[in-house]
Write a new protein. Structure first.
Length: 149
């Protein structure tokens, strides 16, 4: 720990970067959950559909990491999505106990609808970030996350 860090005193905990990040994260999650509710999805379910679109066959563990939930929670999400017909799971060809998960055509349609809804949220974020470049804002937030890992 450097001296600058050791000597840092938080006078107003509500004026910290951490508090502002948590406030933004909570607002984002509430906005996304409310918007996705129109089509019967949650934010973690949307995250799963989005990730499977990019990486078909992902394991439950990988999906859990991408959706920021525990593997146990992911199991429930996957079961719900499978029952809704949005995903299909098949045994991994080489690892018998591992299931690979892929989007169905119904899942791709749900993702298309959800992405249209979420694009409104992204537009609001970009507008609020102006005049800053959205790519630079994203890069900054990713650096902050990396600094804490």
């Amino acid at each position: 720990m450097s001296n600058a860090t050791a000597d840092f005193v938080i006078d107003d905990p509500f004026a910290t970067i951490g508090f502002a990040l948590k406030l933004a994260q909570q607002a984002l999650r509430a906005n996304m959950d409310g918007a996705l509710q129109q089509i019967g999805l949650t934010t973690p379910q949307y995250a799963v559909l989005t990730f499977l679109n990019v990486e078909p066959g992902a394991s439950n563990a990988a999906l859990a990491r991408r959706a920021f939930v525990t593997p146990q929670t992911m199991q429930g999400i996957v079961v719900t999505l499978e029952r809704a017909g949005f995903i299909s799971r098949t045994p991994h060809p080489e690892h018998g106990r591992v299931q690979t998960t892929e989007l169905t055509s119904k899942g791709r349609q749900a993702l298309l609808s959800a992405s249209g809804i979420i694009s409104g949220t992204e537009a609001r974020l970009r507008e609020a970030a102006a005049p800053l470049n959205p790519d630079e804002v994203s890069a900054l937030l990713q650096r902050l996350a990396q600094a804490l890992r």
